[in-house]
Design a protein around this ligand. Structure first.
Ligand SMILES: Cc1cc2nc3c(=O)[nH]c(=O)nc-3n(C[C@H](O)[C@H](O)[C@H](O)COP(=O)(O)OP(=O)(O)OC[C@H]3O[C@@H](n4cnc5c(N)ncnc54)[C@H](O)[C@@H]3O)c2cc1C
Ligand SMILES: NC(=O)c1ccc[n+]([C@@H]2O[C@H](COP(=O)([O-])OP(=O)(O)OC[C@H]3O[C@@H](n4cnc5c(N)ncnc54)[C@H](O)[C@@H]3O)[C@@H](O)[C@H]2O)c1
Length: 470
């Protein structure tokens, strides 16, 4: 069938992709009074964030915690649960509800800002023209500036036959018909570890295989040791320093992961989570003289401008840190820069991490390992949730907050938390750090009682006591 080509409208800004990076870029452009179009290849807006990634996984985690009674087992006993037989349908029910609401909220935001949403696959004609192709044909639109926010998709391998039922990637989690009794997770990155925790909390026996010597290499070692303790306690088997070479489906419906070391691991289902690949294949980047690397990442400068001066790229498609929070910020900055607005400033040293393991982990700033490597004289103060009244009330007696500060000028260098509420709690430390506060702030400040925020005060006292002893 021949595809008809039409000439479409002209815009000030065309944004490709409606994930967090694209949404924020488009809205910021509109706030600057520009005429903006947002191209999205899926039928719905929201990107991987709303449809397959952040929102589904975080909602599923909440459903798992609620239905399994995980947070209350230490109070009411190991057999406590809200629902006896938890099914995939129970989890999917809550996830679909939140996805739908988030899509509605996003659509309303885009429409309020007069952003025109064009459904179809975008590809470059040249540095100011984008072709949008859908089942009705193809139209070429013009814009002064173009921002790419096309995100990523799960990395695949010809030796791992994803079948959507027993061998899945993170996009297909909700396609699992039943909860398997055993599961293999390949990849000890954020996705692999988060889903390992959820399935383990549901009683699934998980084997987690990671080719590196430790999980989540960018996080503080002590925090990861604490997480590993929880994983073992939830009957997770960790196989570190092991690489999965291929995966085979067995006649009895089970699957086998074949390791480079010639070991074999068998399970009822397998989640393949070995990283993600940039969505660049359909963009025709060669038309604008831009080339992505072997993982589909587009190179950009500090303002997110590509080699082609009128084209910017933001979000996961430019690589690290690949977080929804940071993607939004990058989108805003790129739209501002595209129209000569230099007022938005953002300091990546204060970007936080929230890792939704069970228990959750959150941190910002430097780790002890990094500071040792950089010869920075530091001291550490730790507070344990079990010593804080709120920790006892909530039933989380294993959490901890670790404050790292400079031994001489007492500035905060890092905050690392594992335990319930970590991702929210972190923001107190983030504010103090960003505003140039010192460890003394926590000593001098009165926090509500009983709250987890008290951890900051206890950790500060603990660290300052150590400093005095030396
Ligand atoms: C399982 C999982 C859990 C996650 N959890 C968290 C979390 O807890 N916290 C956090 O901060 N981050 C999390 N992330 C990461 C977060 O989802 C991403 O950082 C974020 O979605 C990136 O936003 P984006 O706008 O760059 O891309 P995306 O959200 O991937 O959106 C890109 C959009 O572009 C569209 N597109 C692609 N190519 C074209 C084309 N040629 N034409 C038109 N449209 C196109 C796609 O269809 C997609 O809708 C998670 C990711 C995954 C996979
Ligand atoms: N809470 C959050 O912020 C959150 C949650 C989920 C995902 N994300 C984002 O999504 C992105 C992708 O996550 P991911 O976990 O897929 O990727 P990743 O790159 O973080 O981790 C993949 C892991 O798989 C391992 N691996 C690769 N090949 C292997 C093999 N053959 N056998 C065994 N192990 C192998 C790698 O060593 C690595 O540790 C991340 O960059 C992250 O920022 C963020």
């Amino acid at each position: 069938m021949a595809i008809s080509t039409k000439s479409g409208s002209a815009y000030d800004l065309i944004v490709i992709g409606s994930g967090p990076s694209g949404q924020r870029a488009a809205i910021y452009g509109a706030k600057l009074g520009k005429r903006v179009a947002l191209v999205e290849s899926r039928e719905v807006v929201g990107g991987a964030c709303i449809n397959t990634g952040t929102i589904p996984s975080k909602t599923m985690r909440e459903a798992v915690l609620h239905l399994s009674g995980y947070n209350y087992k230490s109070i009411y006993g190991m057999n406590y649960r809200v629902k006896e037989r938890i099914t995939m349908a129970d989890l999917a029910f809550r996830v679909q509800h939140v996805i739908k609401t988030e899509i509605d909220v996003t659509e309303a935001q885009l429409s309020r800002n007069n952003i025109e949403v064009l459904t179809g696959v975008a590809s470059f004609e040249d540095s100011s023209h984008v072709r949008v192709t859908n089942s009705r044909g193809s139209t070429v639109y013009e814009a002064e500036s173009i921002i790419i926010g096309t995100g990523t998709k799960p990395a695949s391998s010809p030796k791992v036959p994803i079948n959507g039922s027993t061998i899945i990637n993170s996009d297909l989690i909700l396609e699992l018909k039943n909860l398997p009794s055993t599961m293999i997770v390949v990849g000890g990155g954020v996705i692999g570890v988060e889903y390992t925790c959820m399935f383990a909390a549901l009683g699934v026996r998980v084997t987690l295989i990671e080719r590196r010597p430790r999980l989540l290499e960018f996080a503080d070692q002590e925090i990861i040791e604490a997480l590993s303790y929880h994983l073992r306690d939830s009957r997770v088997t960790m196989r570190l320093n092991e690489e999965v070479e291929s995966v085979t489906e067995n006649e009895d419906g089970t699957v086998t992961a074949n390791l480079e070391s010639r070991k074999k691991v068998q399970g009822g289902a397998l989640l393949y989570a070995v990283g993600r690949q940039g969505n660049v294949d359909e963009l025709n980047l060669s038309a604008i003289g831009v080339e992505a690397d072997n993982r589909g990442r587009i190179p950009v400068d500090k303002d997110f401008r590509t080699k082609c001066p009128s084209v910017y790229a933001v979000g996961d498609v430019i690589g690290f840190p690949s977080l929804a929070s940071v993607s939004m910020e990058q989108g805003r900055i790129a739209a501002a820069r595209a129209f000569g607005d230099d007022t938005i400033l953002s300091n990546p040293s204060f970007y936080p991490y929230g890792i939704w393991t069970i228990p959750e982990i959150s941190f910002l700033g430097k780790t002890e390992e990094q500071l040792t490597e950089e010869d920075v004289p530091y001291e550490v103060g730790v507070a344990y949730y079990r010593e804080i009244a709120r920790g006892q009330i909530r039933g989380d007696t294993t959490g901890r907050l670790k404050l790292i500060f400079h031994r001489e000028n007492r500035s905060i260098l890092g905050v690392h938390i594992i335990g319930e509420g970590a991702s929210e709690l972190l923001h107190i430390g983030q504010a103090v750090m960003a505003l140039g506060g010192t460890v003394d702030y926590f000593v001098e400040t009165v926090f509500n009682y009983p709250t987890l925020a008290e951890c900051y005060k206890v950790a500060a006292f603990n660290g300052l006591n150590r400093l005095r002893r030396d």
